[in-house]
Design a protein around this ligand. Structure first.
Ligand SMILES: C[S@@+](CC[C@H](N)C(=O)[O-])C[C@H]1O[C@@H](n2cnc3c(N)ncnc32)[C@H](O)[C@@H]1O
Length: 490
């Protein structure tokens, strides 16, 4: 439904004359979100959005033409990191590629034909976004986006369905690393239906985490929720990789990391079939999700378009795999007032000690990520809970950061998880935001008018009610607001 005129960028006289003439309007939630594809066929033009530049690639027979569009990026690539050039096949997890990595922010690409934003109509900019599917076909399901609030577009980023190593992260995925005790090579069919527990079940803590229906077992899930709700489940490293990465003389003591329960899924060296019930996270996103602009001022968010039962896998938090040292080095490259919004520490195994720099990993999803990068924070009573999932091998330094529903979620509800952010700690590269989660348990006590009379703390089996006349001065809440969780804060 689009007419696209692309002018050869090699012709100097035509510079800046790439015209996109769409003839449809902004999508509304009620409308069907057909693909916005220039020329009417997805093959003709492949929009690739990177750091606010929309690169529109014509068919291979034509010379490459790129249109640089200044896209509005709320909370997105304004904190963009250097983007690895040619990260290669997404199927390949570990890349040993040591080619020079170029920061596109400082790169002056000669192949760009720059059309200032004010010369492009809103609809023209929209042609580089696919409202029908932000995944660009990378997932089994499509994930649409809508904005019923204003004319903003979702931030630009590369959609990747699986984590990708940036450069130095040691992610050792090899068959030789998987011993017989680490997999169930003698199993057949569906392990979850078997009466005997196999080594993968034992690695999960004695039994499978999943039911035959593919949901988390209630007991396992409740234990995970209880762990993430209890600050006592924190451990403190003697030699914390985060503090070590700062490489300065006055490094602070470890701020704490959460102890977690792992899930071990069956994998390629196991004898069971591809449809084994102990392979959930590795199958990827399976539910109907949508990116939308929130009305509370949290920026973009992710919601479900279908009812979800308790214990359902929603998505993995996917991003670049960086060492914490690399993340720190990136943070030094950017102005002091710019902080990161998307790092997640993979610190669940640091208690074992002796974690080398190349093994202290985090995920970073500003430039490369999946739908999870849109999930907003909610203090304590979020509807998702994160669980480390080991798939490819027994290496606990690298694991998948999977998000499961902590309760039933109705269609149209926003998906949230507790980032574990410490709103009182300014000494962290993560951007501290004014929390608008609207939870009764909001830890952002510096927010205006946060006066709570009740604090509920739900554990797996118990409900405690703490009643305070004035919670702002309560010692309990004091400790609550400096609660170390070891994820977004460091
Ligand atoms: C991982 S991103 C989530 C997606 C983001 N809202 C966006 O528009 O791209 C985290 C950022 O979202 C915003 N955010 C998340 N949860 C929030 C909350 N409860 N209140 C206010 N802002 C929030 C903050 O700017 C935070 O740095």
């Amino acid at each position: 439904v689009f007419k696209l005129e692309i002018t050869d960028s090699n012709d100097d006289s035509q510079e800046g004359s790439a015209n996109i003439t769409p003839n449809i309007g902004m999508p509304k939630e009620s409308e069907s979100h057909d693909s916005l594809v220039a020329g009417g066929t997805e093959d003709l033009v492949t929009p690739c959005i990177s750091n606010g530049s929309a690169n529109v690639n014509p068919p291979s027979s034509s010379p490459p033409t790129e249109i640089s569009v200044s896209l509005p990026c709320p909370g997105g690539l304004d904190d963009a990191a250097p983007v690895p050039q040619d990260v290669g096949n997404n199927d390949c997890l570990a890349s040993d590629d040591r080619r020079e990595l170029v920061d596109p922010i400082s790169t002056n690409s000669r192949s760009l034909v720059t059309a200032p934003k004010n010369q492009l109509t809103t609809n023209a900019i929209m042609t580089v976004h696919n409202v029908n599917d932000i995944t660009k076909g990378e997932e089994k399901v499509k994930i649409s986006w809508v904005n019923n609030i204003n004319d903003d577009f979702p931030p630009s980023f590369h959609y990747i369905p699986r984590n990708i190593v940036f450069q130095n992260a040691y992610v050792n995925i090899s068959l030789s690393c998987i011993g017989n005790e680490d997999c169930c090579s003698t199993c057949m069919g569906n392990c979850v239906l078997s009466s005997e527990s196999c080594s993968c079940a034992n690695k999960t803590g004695g039994g499978f985490a999943y039911t035959a229906e593919g949901l988390l077992k209630e007991e396992f899930l409740d234990e995970c929720i209880a762990i993430s709700c209890n600050p006592k489940n924190c451990f403190y490293c003697e030699d914390c990789p985060v503090e070590r990465s700062k490489n300065d003389d006055c490094s602070e003591p470890c701020k704490g990391h959460l102890r977690r329960k792992f899930i071990k899924e069956c994998w390629s060296k196991c004898g069971c079939g591809k449809k084994c019930g102990n392979r959930v996270v590795q199958r990827g996103i399976n539910c109907n999700l949508q990116v939308f602009l929130t009305s509370e001022g949290k920026g973009w968010g992710l919601r479900t378009l279908e009812d979800l039962p308790k214990g359902a896998f929603v998505c993995e938090f996917v991003g670049e795999i960086l060492t914490v040292k690399e993340l720190h080095e990136r943070s030094l490259k950017y102005p002091k007032n710019r902080k990161y919004t998307y790092p997640i520490l993979l610190d669940a195994d640091w208690e074992s000690g002796g974690v080398r720099d190349k093994e202290a990993l985090c995920l970073y999803a500003a430039s490369y990520g999946n739908a999870a990068r849109f999930i907003n924070h909610r203090c304590l009573d979020a509807n998702l809970v994160e669980i480390p999932v080991e798939i490819e091998g027994p290496d606990h330094h690298y694991y998948h950061f999977a998000l499961f529903t902590s309760r039933e979620i109705a269609a149209q509800e926003e998906l949230t998880w507790d980032y574990g952010i410490n709103f009182d700690d300014d000494d962290q590269p993560v951007e501290l935001f004014e929390c608008k989660c609207e939870s009764k348990f909001c830890r952002n006590m510096k927010r205006s008018s946060s006066k709570f009379n009740h604090l509920f703390m739900v554990t797996c089996k118990n409900l405690f009610l703490f009643q305070h006349e004035n919670c702002d001065s309560s010692p309990f809440l004091e400790s609550f607001s400096v609660w170390p969780r070891g994820r977004l804060h460091f």
